[in-house]
Design a binder for this molecule. Structure first.
Ligand code: FE2
Length: 381
């Protein structure tokens, strides 16, 4: 074990008037100011000598003879700094460093190393120690090293605190922005819904269609295991999908009976008109815009407006296509009674792989069959 040098042997402290200038570290101004230090050395003489010197410098000093003892004290902490011998029986100082920093994350660690053991001390630096002092310890050097380490620790704590405040500020502003974005989205959707409600109010047969397609589309999306935000985008697209009908002539929309070819072409235009109405809101409604544009595309091709097929069509568009068809067929029309659920599913089965995607149709069937079971349950509940 390393001994302190003659220069470091601790002179008795005799009360006397302090000289105006002195290089004696015992006479230097007291700086510790209640800072808690832990001295870890297996050699009691050195441990006590260092503790005595540091206490005289105003530090609150605790001592430990082993790594295990040191960790117990650190756990009961807090400590600002630890002076730690490199070579100790059992847990070495180098092994103690990472455990000590784990236990006390802001701890400034200063190693006490033999002159011929700088390599080991350097190894301790890679594990988180800030500096090392060679033995025999020069008390003046020790005090300077302790002050340096505490200064670096204070700077690190300040940086950490600053980082924490910045992260908090960023998180708070992000939350605020998200809230404003959600409010803006809600407001925008409400405005568009007003258009849709006005449109549906003029046609008793269309009333509630968008809301039902939205709810059914969201349930089918959930059944397919899509993420919650995708489910909500599909619900939103369901609400908005027919907004373009505002641009279709009423006598065509409300015509009781089969449409002439040019009238049918005019009705098809509602997708283009709807997409144009919603396009400026792209940054607010996100993928819902694409779903609206795709809601009349057919899985097997032959839909409109672009005649896409298969996975060229957005999944939201494929889901809305099936739900739109289901709601249209199960709704009353001026020229026919509503189809039953089973008759509608039978009809859609003939369109499987043509108008509707097989996977989506399976999920739609599961959802609407479950709805009836829930309804029966409620009746008997
Ligand atoms: Fe439509």
């Amino acid at each position: 074990m390393i001994a302190t040098s003659p220069a470091a042997s601790l002179p008795p402290v005799t009360p006397r008037a302090a000289p105006s200038v002195s290089s004696d570290p015992f006479l230097a101004p007291v700086r510790g100011g209640g800072v808690r230090l832990l001295v870890v050395d297996d050699e009691e003489t050195i441990r006590l000598a260092l503790a005595k010197f540091l206490r005289l410098r105003g530090y609150e000093v605790h001592t430990a003879g082993t790594g295990v003892e040191a960790l117990a004290l650190l756990a009961a902490g807090p400590y600002e700094a630890m002076l730690c011998d490199v070579r100790m029986p059992g847990m070495s100082g180098v092994d103690l460093v990472p455990h000590a920093i784990d236990t006390c994350p802001d701890l400034a660690v200063l190693m006490l190393s033999a002159v011929n053991d700088a390599a080991t001390a350097t190894q301790a630096l890679t594990r988180g120690a800030l500096d090392y002092v060679t033995k025999p310890v020069e008390l003046g050097d020790l005090q300077a090293a302790v002050e340096r380490a505490l200064g670096r620790r204070a700077a690190a704590v300040e940086r950490k605190e600053l980082d924490r405040r910045i992260r908090e500020e960023v998180a708070a502003r992000t939350t605020e922005l998200e809230r404003e974005k959600a409010a803006l989205k809600q407001l925008t959707v409400s405005v568009v819904e007003t258009l849709i409600n006005a449109q549906e109010a003029k046609d008793v047969y269309l009333r509630g269609h968008s809301q039902r397609v939205a709810d059914l589309g969201a349930q089918v999306a959930s059944e397919l295991g899509l993420d919650d935000d995708v489910v909500e985008d599909i619900r939103l697209a369901g609400r908005l999908h027919d907004v373009g009908k505002i641009g279709i002539r009423e006598e065509v929309l409300n015509k009781p009976g089969r449409l002439a070819p040019d009238e049918y072409e005019h009705v098809k235009d509602h997708v283009r008109i709807g997409t144009e109405i919603l396009a400026p809101l792209r940054h607010i409604i996100g993928p819902a815009l694409q779903y609206v544009q795709d809601h009349h595309e057919h899985w097997g091709g032959g839909g409109y407006p672009r005649g896409l097929a298969g996975e060229e069509i957005s999944l939201g568009g494929r889901i809305l296509c099936a739900c739109d068809a289901f709601d249209a067929l199960t709704s009353r029309r001026p020229y026919r009674e509503p189809l039953s659920r089973d008759a509608t599913l039978d009809f859609l089965a003939t369109q499987c792989g043509r108008q509707v995607e097989p996977m989506v149709l399976d999920a739609l069937r599961t959802v609407v069959e479950r709805r009836v079971l829930v309804f029966i349950d409620e009746l008997h509940g």
